[in-house]
Structure formats: C-alpha cells, structure tokens
Design a protein around this ligand. Structure first.
Ligand SMILES: C[S@@+](CC[C@H](N)C(=O)[O-])C[C@H]1O[C@@H](n2cnc3c(N)ncnc32)[C@H](O)[C@@H]1O
Length: 216
C-alpha cells in the first residue's frame, strides 16, 4: 500500500505521543515505554491499522507495536487511533520504519509474536528477498523473537503463500498450523480479526490463506 504523499504526515507523526521517533533508543527497554512487563506483539506492514488497533482493544494485557514503512500510511493508523473507539488504549505504539532493521529496534527475545498480513507479494523472482516471509526476513525475526515465538501470516496470494510455506521449512522453523481457506476453517478462524485487505479480497470471493510458524 502506498498512498499519495501527504506533506503533513511527518508533522503529525512528530506530534503524536504514540508514534515512537527514537525507536533505536528503546532496544531492549520496550517495557519502560509501556510501563509494564507485558509481552510485546508486533505487526509488520500494518497499513491503516485496523487489525492491530482491534487486537489492542481486545487484549489489554499485551503490548502492541505497529510497524509501517510509509509515513502517509502510518498517518491513517494514527487518525484511526485518535477516534473514540481507540484513543484511550494504553497498550499500543507505532513506528515508521523498514522491517529489515527490526533487530536494531528490538533486542534478542524481546518480541513474543509477529503478525504479517497481506504483505506485498513482490512477484518477480529477482525481488524474492523483499518478501516479508523470505528466509532473509525470517532470519531477522529469529533474532528478536522469544524461544517458541511465532509468526502469523495471512494472504490471499497463493504463490506467495506457497513460497512462504517453503521458506518456513528452509529455515527449519516449525509449521504449527496452516490453511488455504481460513474463513471456512472453524478452529483457525475463531477470533479472527479482518484486516482492510482481508475484507476487500474476501468480499471479492478470494479464499484467505493463513500459516502459524514457530521459531526454531
Ligand atoms: C498490502 S499492504 C497490507 C496492509 C494491511 N496489513 C492489511 O492487511 O490491510 C502491505 C503494507 O506493508 C507495508 N510494508 C511493506 N514492506 C514493508 C517493510 N519492509 N517494512 C515495513 N512495512 C512494509 C507497505 O507499506 C504496506 O502498507
């Protein structure tokens, strides 16, 4: 997702108390940011933030950090946070950054769970390293996840999903669960929160695929 550049986006991010600007200074010390020792779950490429805001509302005992590369997109999540439904939440923060640098932001074993939803497919083979489920990124996640920490990934893109299953196997992670039709899988769909892309693509009739993989 890349929205038209919004000149005021950076200004709004700078002014927002929930958008972290000095993220590298908090490496190993995220508990101080939240003022408690609750587990940290992150979403990479959160887009406009619907999924992670809803998660944070449902689970006050978990601390959430939404990561998004583009300031114009992050701005949308900040605007959603500032609505009556979410503005009181104490357990969510946002960072504008590229996930490739994740291990500069989090120390070893600082993150319990990583969500990836409808990540950009980068269909050309020469761009495979940019896919957020490639072995390159899984190796970065491994540096910050707790032992047994998990990645949960949803997409409607079958080639990307099949690629992701292969990459999980290649890095030696444990595939805990997977489905090619999440919305018709009673067990895996229980408590599912739809993302913006999920709502759009499932309305078009596309089956949603999901995998859960645990760090080796
Ligand atoms: C296709 S959108 C999906 C948005 C949302 N997760 C959803 O399901 O509705 C993918 C998002 O991931 C972001 N993204 C892609 N690569 C990223 C990276 N390396 N680091 C951070 N964000 C990234 C994009 O900017 C975009 O907003």
């Amino acid at each position: 997702m890349r929205l038209r550049n919004i000149p005021r986006a950076q200004e709004e991010i700078d002014a927002s108390p929930v958008a972290i600007k000095d993220e590298k200074n908090h490496r190993g010390k995220w508990a101080e940011v939240f003022g408690n020792e609750h587990p940290i779950h992150i979403e990479i490429g959160m887009g406009k933030g619907q999924f992670i805001l809803e998660l944070a509302k449902r689970n006050p005992e978990i601390n959430y950090i939404g990561i998004e590369r583009y300031s114009s997109v992050l701005l949308r999540a900040l605007e959603k946070f500032s609505t009556e439904e979410y503005e009181e939440l104490q357990n969510i923060r946002f960072i504008c950054m590229d996930a490739a640098e994740l291990d500069e932001i989090f120390a070893s074993e600082e993150v319990e769970k990583i969500y990836l939803n409808f990540s950009d497919p980068w269909p050309k083979a020469r761009h495979a390293r940019r896919r957020l489920t490639s072995t390159r990124f899984l190796s970065v996640y491994e540096k910050v996840l707790v032992e047994e920490g998990v990645v949960e990934f949803k997409t409607d893109n079958r080639p990307l999903f099949e690629f992701s299953l292969e990459q999980v196997e290649e890095v030696g992670w444990e595939l805990k669960a997977h489905t090619f039709d999440l919305h018709n899988n009673k067990e895996m769909n229980d408590g599912n929160i739809m993302t913006e892309y999920e709502a759009k693509f499932s309305a078009m009739g596309n089956p949603i695929h999901k995998l859960v993989a645990a760090r080796k």
